[in-house]
Design a protein around this ligand. Structure first.
Ligand code: FES
Length: 506
């Protein structure tokens, strides 16, 4: 164990070290069959499938390709999404629970068949319990596996120094390097005629009976027959009220090296705190990726605490010889824990959305790519109803909807009334905080050279107050998960406009 291994100063994901092609921004108006907004696993998989069918496809990406959630995942490819199957049977019945499993199993098969040079390996997935309460839940989940015909078994140990009481195994799942995998898929899509535009933010959609156009921040638009909104949080809502039907969660990951041998397998704890473990090959060695520490965006203590907790777990379990990477991710959770994939509303059947993947974006993004391609190609797909964003399985939703929105109302009320006993001049170099500025709540950050950035902390989406995220140096909104840089630029939607800059008012 080496407690001297310090936290890397800035967040850095291992996956993004892969060299990627770069693309120009949109420089003229375009006309295509399908405009896809967002170059993550959903957008790229759909583009790959549709371009191969001969459709004219354009991808618009606000930043660089593969730099959103897809570049910050732990990249497990599994249908074991926590202890979900018993819950799905209770809420939706056996048939739908089975369809959920089947759709993700097909996604795994597709990835295994398509993957080239992306560190793909077959691995067993384990979910383990460290308390008696969760042993009971593991057994109930095993019963659900039996009812649904999911192959699985309960074991009493895993090959680490973690005092577990039971674990449920799903065999023959997989892991890979998501950016290498998608780079190849994107290259294939481009070869089939798909065009890609980076640094091009989609800002709105014009839609009527037989015309759709995606408007952008670069002064040009893309006219099309179909739009896929694969921008993580939908940049366009179309009166689907997605902001009221999902909440955002942050989670953290670290990449470490250890002198201990790693025997393979992917692991996740059933009980709290969540701990997720896998490895990936790196220059003949193994990088162990440990994830967990979920919390709602914009809430909770100093965010560095979460990296420290993962580091403590890594030291105890493996011993750290090198602490090489740390990164965080944002995930969206739908109210009934089934993603929303399909027409954005009943009335807008040429605008499609895919969102609310919880933390299982690799298989879900692949399911979504296929499902949306089938909608557009007018093909049957057995999973349309299950994932339909307009579904009416409201049973578990209502209570959650009320409590989620009560939370939001609390943050709205907080507004400008909060008194903050701190002044921008109190800040140390590298420190950010909510402060009092000209008698009002504001946000300030002093960089390493002493330059002060002051922003209005009111989120430009619907007006909640953002909070300072120390580890990532961002302003995060607790209501629907928008995030802004310390200078106020949008890092993550649904907000489209930057925070107001108050630096001039000093
Ligand atoms: Fe909706 Fe901030 S993200 S109010």
């Amino acid at each position: 164990m080496s407690s001297s291994e310090k936290i890397p100063q800035f967040p850095k994901t291992y996956w993004r070290e892969t060299e990627l092609p770069s693309f120009d921004k949109l420089k003229e108006d375009l006309s295509v069959d399908v405009a896809i907004v967002g170059a993550g696993i959903t957008g790229i998989t759909a583009a790959y499938l549709l371009a191969k069918e001969g459709l004219k496809v354009a991808i618009l990406e606000a930043g660089g390709v593969l730099n959103g959630t897809t570049g910050h995942t732990t990249a497990k490819i599994t249908a074991q999404h926590g202890l979900v199957y018993d819950e799905y049977i209770q809420h939706f019945g056996e048939e739908k629970a089975k369809l959920y499993y089947e759709s993700h199993t097909k996604a795994i098969q597709f990835i295994k068949q398509t993957a080239i040079d992306c560190d793909l390996s077959n691995e067993d997935a384990y979910i383990y319990a460290t308390t008696d309460e969760y042993v009971g839940k593991i057994k109930t989940e095993m019963d659900a596996y039996h009812r649904l015909g999911i192959p699985g078994e309960i074991v009493n140990s895993i090959p680490f120094d973690i005092p577990i009481k039971a674990a449920l195994v799903m065999r023959n799942q997989a892991q890979f390097h998501p950016v290498k995998y998608l780079k190849k898929l994107l290259e294939d899509a481009v070869q089939s005629g798909c065009t890609v535009y980076e640094n091009t933010t989609a800002t709105d959609i014009e839609a009527d009976e037989d015309h759709r156009a995606v408007l952008t921040n670069v002064g040009h638009k893309v006219t099309c027959r179909h739009v896929i909104v694969a921008s993580h949080f939908p940049f366009y809502d179309g009166l689907g009220f997605y902001f009221a039907r999902m909440y955002a969660e942050r989670s953290y990951a670290i990449g470490i090296k250890t002198d201990k041998d790693y025997p393979g397998g992917m692991y996740i704890s059933a009980d709290d705190p969540t701990r997720s473990i896998r490895y990936t090959p790196i220059n003949g060695e193994k990088l162990i990726i440990i994830g967990g520490e979920n919390h709602k965006t914009g809430q909770g203590p100093d965010t560095i605490v979460h990296y420290d907790a993962l580091k403590g777990f890594a030291e105890e379990t493996f011993g750290i010889s090198e602490y090489a990477y740390r990164w965080s991710a944002q995930d969206l959770v739908s109210l009934d824990k089934i993603p929303y994939i399909g027409p954005i509303t009943d009335k807008k059947d040429h605008i499609f959305v895919a969102t609310g993947y919880k933390k299982w974006g690799m298989t879900t993004g692949t399911v979504a790519g296929h499902l949306l391609a089938d909608y557009i190609l007018d093909r049957d797909n057995p999973y349309k109803e299950l994932y339909s964003p307009s579904r009416f399985d409201a049973d578990p939703n209502l209570k959650k909807l009320i409590s989620t929105n009560a939370d939001v109302a609390g943050h709205l009320l907080k507004g400008k009334l909060e008194f903050v006993p701190k002044d921008p001049s109190d800040l140390q170099m590298g420190e950010g905080s909510v402060v009092m500025h000209n008698g009002k709540r504001a946000g300030a950050y002093k960089d390493e050279n002493g330059k002060l950035y002051i922003v209005d902390t009111t989120c430009t989406h619907l007006g909640c107050e953002t909070e300072w995220n120390h580890a990532e140096k961002t302003w995060d909104c607790p209501c629907h998960g928008s995030r802004f840089s310390y200078a106020g630029d949008v890092v993550e939607g649904p907000a489209l406009k930057p925070l107001d800059n108050l630096s001039e008012e000093q």
